[in-house]
Write a protein that binds this ligand. Structure first.
Ligand code: FAD
Length: 386
């Protein structure tokens, strides 16, 4: 279907597609098997200026929109979602700075993120605070010209590899969500260390680690926005980035679907290609319909965000929820189309299926997305005139 992309969007999509085909596809199985961080590919993405997409022009970026970002993430995910999330998490780490940073903070940190010289990461989750992010225990205490951070963030994408971290910590526990604040923490700050690299089901090339703060002193000027704005910063960041998780899921589904169609045309049983059996055709038809529906929703929500609309949380959650659910369904069906071969690591299907699962979990599980959507639509309906 034609989504009437502009010239810049077509250029970004084609560039990301070219890198995905030439640089990612040949090594994806090996990166996954060895659980190796994709540094070489990050360098290719930097050389192609793709990290500039999400950074405003004033700080060395392209100042392009969420749709542009979604197109790049979709193309990379079509080849390998682990590579795509490594790229996208730099945007996730940069969004709190873009949304809440001062001129000085933006000028200091964003140009290196835009050039891809430095990766960023976002630290919200803790062992006891996942869906219930407000239950976080990491604290930041003001001591003269410094904040002193103590606590541990869990499962942080790009943890250990990124140089710049947006971290949410409690500055006043008694105030609940209003007592959380956002900070920039640089790798190498004394008292800031990392846990071991987690062993995961999927997206295994990506790095997931703990961020450990032990009396970590950071300059007072690293506070993002005002004290007490940390929870809002986290929620606004997730609203902005969730269509990107949708795009990741969409790319995974698209990649699995293409492999399934190719295989169905080639595989012969009972003297015919299996694509001639109606049962197989219907599986492919369902896949194609779900994928196109997800794409239409994600692109529309991304455009809605790019229009500057303020209240996009519901739609953002819908894009993430729908695309990740269909990615799971499509990849399970794609394994089925390949039969036993789908179960073998020699083919990419089992990787697509493993990679799809995380899109239903991170940046808020799909149960939480349904909560966000339900609360939002009920609130909107209360404010609507009959
Ligand atoms: C590979 C990976 C990478 C990640 N990267 C990052 C990152 O870069 N930065 C970061 O901050 N975090 C990151 N996370 C954390 C991720 O966002 C959380 O795992 C996620 O928000 C869910 O939290 P939880 O795992 O603690 O699950 P829990 O909150 O313990 O939920 C467990 C189950 O209970 C359900 N549940 C919980 N509360 C409710 C409710 N109120 N209503 C209905 N159901 C509910 C959930 O849907 C889920 O099914 C990452 C996680 C993983 C696995």
């Amino acid at each position: 279907m034609d989504y009437f992309l502009n010239e810049q969007q077509i250029m970004i999509r084609d560039l990301a597609r070219q890198i995905a085909v030439e640089k990612v596809l040949p090594v994806r199985a090996e990166l996954d098997e060895r659980e190796e961080f994709p540094w070489e590919i990050m360098k290719d993405l930097a050389a192609a200026d793709l990290f500039a997409i999400f950074v405003p022009e004033a700080y060395g970026g392209l100042g392009a929109g969420i749709l542009d970002m979604c197109l790049a993430v979709e193309e990379l995910s079509r080849a390998c979602a682990g590579v795509a999330v490594t790229f996208a998490s730099s945007a996730l780490g940069a969004f709190p700075i873009i949304l809440f940073g001062s001129e000085e903070q933006k000028a200091k940190y964003l140009p290196d993120i835009a050039s891809g010289k430095k990766l960023a990461a976002f630290g919200l989750t803790e062992a006891g605070a996942g869906s219930d992010a407000a239950g976080m225990q990491t604290t930041a205490r003001l001591d003269g010209d410094h904040y002193v951070l103590n606590g541990t963030k869990q499962w942080i994408t790009n943890g250990g590899e990124a140089e710049t971290y947006s971290v949410i910590a409690m500055t006043n526990k008694a105030r609940g969500t209003r007592g959380a604040s956002a900070f920039i923490v640089e790798k190498g700050t004394p008292g800031f260390s990392f846990g071991k690299k987690e062993k995961k089901m999927g997206i295994r090339t990506s790095a997931t680690r703990e961020l450990i703060f032990e009396d970590c002193r950071i300059p007072r000027e690293n506070l993002l926005g005002r004290e007490g704005q940390g929870f809002i910063a986290a929620m606004k960041t997730l609203d902005k980035s969730r269509p990107g998780i949708g795009a990741q899921a969409l790319g995974i589904a698209q990649g699995a679907y293409e492999e399934a169609v190719r295989y169905a045309r080639e595989r012969v049983q009972f003297g015919k290609p299996i694509s001639s059996f109606q049962a197989v055709q219907h599986i492919l038809a369902n896949m194609a319909t779900k994928i196109e529906s997800a794409r239409a929703l994600i692109y529309s929500v991304a455009r809605f965000q790019d229009s500057g609309a303020k209240d996009t949380g519901v739609e953002s959650a819908m894009a993430k929820l729908y695309a990740s659910d269909i990615a799971m369904e499509v990849t399970v069906d794609a394994v089925q189309v390949l039969g036993g071969y789908g179960y073998m690591r020699e083919y990419p299907m089992e990787k697509y299926m493993r990679d799809a699962k995380i899109t239903q979990i991170y940046e808020g599980t799909n149960q939480i997305q349904r909560n966000v959507i339900a609360l939002g639509v009920i609130k909107r309906s209360a404010g609507r005139k009959k």
